[in-house]
Design a protein around this ligand. Structure first.
Ligand SMILES: [Ca+2]
Ligand SMILES: [Ca+2]
Length: 230
């Protein structure tokens, strides 16, 4: 039974080539980066400084680095190289950096943002860039891009994501003060996990898909603190 199946696959491959069907480049999924963050109390808020290094073993360059800033995007400044990403889902505001391509074996210059919100776990994302093959005409390159939308470094094609320190707003109901109402939101779904009934995503402040003492202690730590409501 094995031989006929192999023969069949070969015939399909030959047919694809002879018909001129596009062979898409590999999708971005082989970026190997190291991300470090430092946080300092500064001027009534926090300065977050990030460094991104693209490993020499990475198969792709990095063309965008993104930090999720839940509940805090309105107050994030945009120093050189940083941008708000308009059009993102309201529950996942982000800032992103795409000032230059980070080659394999290289580090990006550190970049920073300021936020009034204290540090907790947030998610970062990196997209890998797949260059179009050399030697194509402009029309051929456009046809390849159109035929292979998944292959080129779009935000949706995240090459690597992970957890890092970033700004998180402990004022869950955003009334300007961290108090018993915010603690109550966490307690109301304490112990719940993602996709369970009564899991309140607002209470999962560190984004680990479970509402537990980590979330509660973060809100408790900042009880009484006032944050300007945008
Ligand atoms: Ca509140
Ligand atoms: Ca959590």
């Amino acid at each position: 039974m094995i031989k006929p199946i192999v023969c069949g696959m070969l015939l399909v491959a030959v047919a694809a080539q002879s018909s001129g069907r596009t062979l898409c480049p590999e999708q971005p999924n082989r970026v190997d980066i190291t991300v470090t963050a430092t946080v300092k109390d500064i001027a009534g808020g926090y300065a977050y400084r990030y460094r991104v290094s693209n490993s020499a073993t990475s198969a792709q360059v990095v063309n965008r680095f993104i930090v999720s800033t839940p509940g805090a995007s309105e107050s994030v400044l945009s120093p050189k190289g940083w941008h708000d990403l308009p059009g993102r889902a309201a529950d996942m505001p982000t800032v992103s950096w795409y000032g230059a391509v980070i080659l394999q074996g290289r580090s990006a210059e550190p970049f920073a943002l300021w936020s009034p919100y204290p540090p907790l776990s947030v998610r970062y994302y990196a997209t890998g860039q797949v260059p179009t093959p050399t030697g194509l005409t402009e029309i051929e390159a456009e046809e390849l891009l159109a035929a292979c939308p998944a292959s080129f470094g779009l935000l949706e094609n995240v090459a690597r994501s992970g957890i890092i320190q970033g700004p998180v707003d402990p004022d869950i109901n955003r009334d300007g003060v961290v108090d018993s109402i915010d603690l109550g939101v966490v307690r109301a779904s304490f112990g719940k996990r993602c996709k369970q009934p009564s899991f309140d995503v607002r209470a999962d402040l560190n984004g680990d898909c479970v509402i537990d003492v980590r979330d509660l202690s973060f809100v408790s730590k900042y009880a009484g603190r006032r944050f300007q409501v945008p």
